[in-house]
Design a protein around this ligand. Sequence first.
Ligand code: MG
Length: 290
Amino acid sequence: MKIVAFHHNGQPGVGIVSADLQQIEPFDMPLAQREGGALALIERQARGEPLPGALPAIALADVHITAPLPRPRRNIFCVGKNYFAHAREFAGSGFDSSAQSGGEIPAEPIIFTKVPESVVGPGAAIEMPAASSAIDYEAELTIVIGRGGKGILAKDALAHVWGYTIINDVTARDWQSRHQQWHLGKSFDTFCPMGPWLVSADECDGTNTGVRCYVNGELRQNASTRDFIFDIPKLIETISAGITLYPGDLIATGTPVGVGIGFKPPKYLKSGDVVRVEIDGIGILENPVR
Ligand code: MG
């Protein structure tokens, strides 16, 4: 099941995308719930309640797709350095303030967050900030939590996964390095493109999933989640050990090798670029840089 959030005739809607990606069956939901994208649906399912009824189908081509969770209830959890090849690339770039303390492959997951207000939808511009010109892309498979919980053990963790989406963890590298904690450089306005929809866990496995990123058609990242340092159960166990997870929480699982600072000289994003992230079983998230 793919759940998409959209605007149609000026009104927010949420619906299921047909298997051929041509149609949407909108849910019959109150406006306040539709404005929250898929969140109310995930919460209903977490409570064991059925999904709402459907309205007449509309063509996918007739809507403007928005982020599936346009304003997450709180910060998006993110994992730093979670692919072996990228961890080596980042440590060798000179921008990795965390590498100085413990080598290039982390012994435990590195977790940081992005503010909810950094989220934008498919097609929305990644805005070049005045404060930095070292802007980089990071294609990431992102976990959507279904049933919440605390102290979730790795062996039980997949039962708490509603499904997956795509996030581009856009980063100001100079801020990430200079301020040591990554929060500022990861949370600039528009630095969290998300979409194009949520895919339920039965349609995307996450253990051997292809993740690719193109900039202006040039393939920059091309990896499989087989290269994860910490798998999805380990990430959920780690985060939920002390923090209660709630339905709709998001965990971006880290990015593979091939980011802009991995090149010499670095290939930073610039105005006019188009960043396209593809993840197998989910779809395509494309955003221009302005
Ligand atoms: Mg990242």
